[in-house]
Ligand binder design. Structure first.
Ligand SMILES: Cc1cc2nc3c(=O)[nH]c(=O)nc-3n(C[C@H](O)[C@H](O)[C@H](O)COP(=O)(O)OP(=O)(O)OC[C@H]3O[C@@H](n4cnc5c(N)ncnc54)[C@H](O)[C@@H]3O)c2cc1C
Length: 378
C-alpha cells in the first residue's frame, strides 16, 4: 500500500488548488461558511455547479464518454478533498453522484442522451425518493404503488425526508409494482418529473429551523413507462447500486476543515482548558485515522481491489466524529451563545443539524450490523 502522492498526482493537486484560488469567490465561500446543513443556498450551489461544468470537472465519477474528466481514483479523491478544505459549495449532488451513475450503468441510450447532459448543465436537479413513513432502514418494505396502465404507470403513495424536493425538477423513485412476491422482488425504479399533476410537497422544518427536507405525496401520478430504469420489478439492484455512491464518500477533508473551524472558535475561549485541549487532540487523532482509512481505500481501488466494507466503516467513523467536533464547537462558543453572534449561531445550527448524520445514508446501528456481519463474521 502506497500512501504518498506521486509527482503526477502532486502536480494535479497544484492544478486543482490554482483553479480553486481563481474561481472560488469569497461570496461562494461565505455561503458555505454560513450554512449549517449538508447543502447551502441554491444560487451558490448552482453557480459553483456551472463553474465546474464549464471546466469539465462537475462529474468526477462519470466516464469521459458521458462528460466525466477521466480522472483516476486518486485524482478524484484529491479533487474532493481540496474542494472540502477550500470550503467550496456542493454541486447538485443527487444528479451528479447518484442518478447520473445509475443511468450510466442501467439507463437506456435514450435516457442517457436525454438526462445526462441536463444533469451536467444543472438544468435538471434531482431528489431521492426512497424513504417512506414506515420504510427507512427496512427500505424494501416500501409501499408507494405503481399500477400499470397502458404505456404509463399510475403512482400513488408518499415519500418522506426527501431532501431538496422543493428545489428539484425530477425525482428518482422506488415504487412497488408487485405486492405478492418477496419484498425486494416487487420494486421498480422510476424517473419522475416533479411538475407532473398529482404531486404535492409538504415542507418539513428540521430541528435547526431549516427547510431542507420534505414529505412528497403522489395522488394518481401518471409516469410514462419509458421513464423506468431497468426492468419492472428489478429496481432493487438499481437501488442498491445507488446506495454504494451515497455511502461511499469523502469524509476526511470535511472533518479536517471542521477541526480547523473548531480550533479557530476555541482559540480565545479554551486555550487554558486542559480537558478541552485533550479532547480536541483526541479528535485530531481520530480525523487522522479516518484520513488513513480513506487513503487505504484509494490505494486498494487504484490497485484494482474492491474497497470491501470500508464504506460502512467510514460512514460510521466519519458521522460520529462530526458530532464530536460539533460538541467541541458548542463548548468553545458556549460563553457567547446568542442568535446575534453569527459564529455561535452557525455552531448551534450545525450541532443540531448533525444529529441527523448518524441517521441518513444508513443509520449507525445499520452500519454496525453490516460491520458485524462482514468484518467480524457475527
Ligand atoms: C437529514 C436527512 C435527510 C434525508 N434525506 C433523504 C432523502 O433525500 N431521500 C430519502 O429517501 N431518504 C432520506 N432520509 C431518510 C433516511 O434514509 C432514513 O431516515 C434512514 O434510512 C432511517 O430510516 P427511518 O428514519 O425510517 O428510521 P428507522 O428505520 O425507523 O429506524 C429507527 C431506529 O431504529 C434503528 N433500527 C432500525 N432497524 C434496525 C436494525 N435492523 N438493527 C438495529 N437497529 C435498527 C435505527 O438505527 C434507528 O435508530 C433522510 C434522513 C435525514 C435524517
Amino acid at each position: 500500500m502506497d500512501l504518498e502522492l506521486g509527482p503526477a498526482d502532486a502536480d494535479f493537486r497544484s492544478d486543482v488548488r490554482a483553479f480553486l484560488d481563481e474561481h472560488l469567490s469569497e461570496e461562494l465561500r461565505a455561503a458555505v461558511a454560513a450554512s449549517t446543513g449538508t447543502f447551502c443556498d441554491l444560487s451558490a450551489m448552482s453557480r459553483w455547479h456551472a463553474i465546474l461544468n464549464e471546466r469539465g470537472w462537475v462529474a468526477p465519477d462519470w466516464p469521459m464518454e458521458f462528460g466525466g474528466p477521466g480522472w483516476s481514483d486518486t485524482q478524484r479523491h484529491i479533487f474532493a478533498s481540496e474542494c472540502a478544505l477550500a470550503g467550496a459549495p456542493p454541486t447538485h449532488t443527487f444528479g451528479i453522484r447518484m442518478c447520473g451513475p445509475v443511468l450510466i450503468r442501467f439507463g437506456t441510450p435514450e435516457q442517457q442522451l436525454h438526462y445526462l447532459p441536463r444533469i451536467l448543465t444543472g438544468e435538471h436537479r434531482w431528489c431521492q425518493g426512497y424513504s417512506e413513513p414506515g420504510s427507512g432502514s427496512d427500505l424494501a418494505s416500501l409501499k408507494t404503488a405503481a399500477r400499470s396502465d397502458g404505456d404509463d404507470y399510475i403512482v400513488s403513495g408518499s415519500k418522506i425526508w426527501t431532501t431538496l424536493a422543493h428545489q428539484a425538477t425530477h425525482m428518482f423513485c422506488l415504487v412497488r409494482t408487485d405486492f405478492d412476491v418477496r419484498a425486494q422482488a416487487g420494486i421498480t425504479f422510476l424517473l419522475i418529473d416533479m411538475s407532473t399533476p398529482g404531486i404535492s410537497i409538504r415542507p418539513i422544518v428540521n430541528i435547526a429551523g431549516d427547510h431542507e427536507f420534505n414529505q412528497v405525496f403522489f395522488d394518481e401520478v401518471r409516469v410514462p413507462k419509458i421513464n423506468r430504469v431497468g426492468d419492472e420489478n428489478a429496481g432493487w439492484a438499481v437501488a442498491k447500486h445507488l446506495l454504494e455512491f451515497e455511502r461511499g464518500g469523502n469524509y476526511a477533508a470535511g472533518l479536517r476543515a471542521r477541526l480547523g473551524w473548531v480550533r479557530r472558535l476555541a482559540v480565545n475561549s479554551q486555550a487554558d482548558d486542559e480537558s478541552f485541549r485533550c479532547r480536541l487532540a483526541r479528535a485530531e487523532i481520530e480525523v487522522t485515522a479516518v484520513e488513513m482509512q480513506e487513503r487505504r481505500v484509494i490505494s486498494a481501488l487504484s490497485l484494482g481491489e474492491a474497497p470491501g466494507n470500508a464504506a460502512s466503516l467510514l460512514k460510521l467513523q466519519g458521522s460520529e466524529l462530526t458530532q464530536k467536533l460539533d460538541e467541541l464547537a458548542i463548548e468553545a462558543v458556549g460563553p457567547r451563545m446568542s442568535p446575534v453572534d453569527a459564529e455561535a449561531d452557525v455552531a448551534m445550527g450545525r450541532y443540531l443539524y448533525d444529529r441527523s448524520v448518524t441517521i441518513f445514508g444508513g443509520t449507525s446501528e445499520i452500519q454496525r450490523n453490516i460491520i458485524a456481519r462482514t468484518v467480524l463474521a457475527l
